[in-house]
Design a protein around this ligand. Structure first.
Ligand code: APR
Length: 339
């Protein structure tokens, strides 16, 4: 058990994270910070004063703490509007930012369209981490995933093993679920790997998908797998379309916890994660989803695997998309610096 784990953002994902961190007793203390509810400067002063006294983070923390006698957990929670609660964290999980939401006509923005707003949020998050827990390991979930992790890297410049984005565990879990459901076998029997950026160009790697160790092509036709892989790429949007009010939050939180547990228990778990590549897979200086080994030192190794020509081409397309969004990050950060 580590001393303290921080959760940045107490929204849908942050709430599940805090609840699970406490239930699984993964740290002595869980910290959670969120500036919401936001004070509206156009409100009358008394309304502004009331809002200022409220705190989504403290409200969720108290709700969870009041369940601890029942679940039998003595994990403490520190919660507040400010980042100071993060002081002393060994690990932080970043969920701060706006999620995708279905428009009234049922269409939805891409994750990349969240960039300009979530870049500002991430700049504040980075300042908070730098001030209160500069040595913490960081797992980031906010979207657009790869660009937000790149932004954290630009702002914090941490050792490359200490900053990782959560996308591959979730995308692979979605692929696994769809395959298991289509065949009618246990989800535990299906292994899968999804590489590349966390966008609609992500790459479900068919050649790495196994059912109890056997190639997935033994169980499903090429057309069935094409459909599953397409559904996997758009799976986040499918949930956004159904919810209407936001995006998936249970599965992203559970996926980040799998990564956190791999680090906390030094599992040396091989899993897809968004990490800084320095030549691996022919990519240099960008954060992209690839198989890595996660252990007590964070990202301990990037695993390079053989891809088919089609998979390699698909990965190149996905990387090109990430490159474009990271170029947007560079431009926006330069504009902010010049302002
Ligand atoms: N610092 C900390 N928290 C912040 C900040 C900030 N500067 N700005 C906003 N937040 C908080 C919001 O107040 C909100 O409570 O982040 C929280 C986000 O919660 P939700 O809106 O419920 O979104 P959630 O579903 O949790 O998704 C968070 O993860 O998967 C991605 O696309 C998703 O970018 C989104 C992020």
């Amino acid at each position: 058990m580590v001393n303290k784990i921080g959760v940045i953002g107490a929204g849908n994902i942050g709430g599940v994270l805090v609840q699970e961190l406490v239930r699984r007793r993964l740290a002595k203390t869980v910290a959670v910070t969120d500036p919401a509810p936001f004070v509206n400067p156009n409100d009358p002063p008394e309304k502004q004063a009331t809002t200022q006294k409220q705190s989504v983070a403290q409200g969720k923390a108290l709700d969870i703490l009041e369940a601890t006698p029942i679940i039998g957990s003595d994990v403490a929670i520190e919660a507040g509007r400010d980042y100071d609660v993060l002081a002393g964290c060994d690990l932080v999980i970043n969920t701060a930012g706006v999620p995708r939401k279905a428009r009234p006509d049922g269409t939805m923005p891409s994750r990349e369209e969240l960039l300009s707003i979530n870049l500002k949020v991430t700049s504040a998050v980075a300042d908070g981490i730098k001030k209160y827990c500069p040595n913490a390991m960081v797992i980031s979930i906010a979207n657009p995933l790869d660009a937000i992790v790149y932004t954290l890297h630009r702002k914090l410049n941490p050792p490359k093993n200490k900053l990782v984005g959560m996308a591959g565990v979730l995308d692979s879990a979605r692929y696994r679920y769809f395959v298991a459901d289509a065949i009618g076998v246990s989800v535990e029997n299906v292994e899968a790997l999804v590489l590349g950026g966390h966008g609609d160009d992500m790459v479900p790697v068919r050649s790495c998908c196994r059912v109890a160790g056997m190639p997935v092509e033994q169980f499903l036709s090429s057309a069935e797998l094409d459909a599953i892989e397409m559904r996997t790429r758009k799976a986040g949007g499918e949930v956004v379309g159904l919810l209407g009010t936001g995006s998936a939050f249970v599965s992203p939180a559970i996926s980040a916890l799998e990564m956190a547990e791999a680090i906390l228990f030094d599992k040396k778990r091989v899993t897809a994660a968004c990490v800084l590549l320095e030549g691996e897979y022919g990519v240099d200086g960008m954060f992209v989803g690839v198989p890595v080994v996660l252990g007590k030192n964070g990202v301990e190794k990037v695993v390079e695997t053989q891809l088919t020509d089609a998979e390699r081409k698909a990965l190149d397309v996905s990387v090109a998309g990430v490159k474009k969004t990271c170029a947007d990050v560079d431009k926006m950060l330069a504009e902010t610096a010049a302002a």
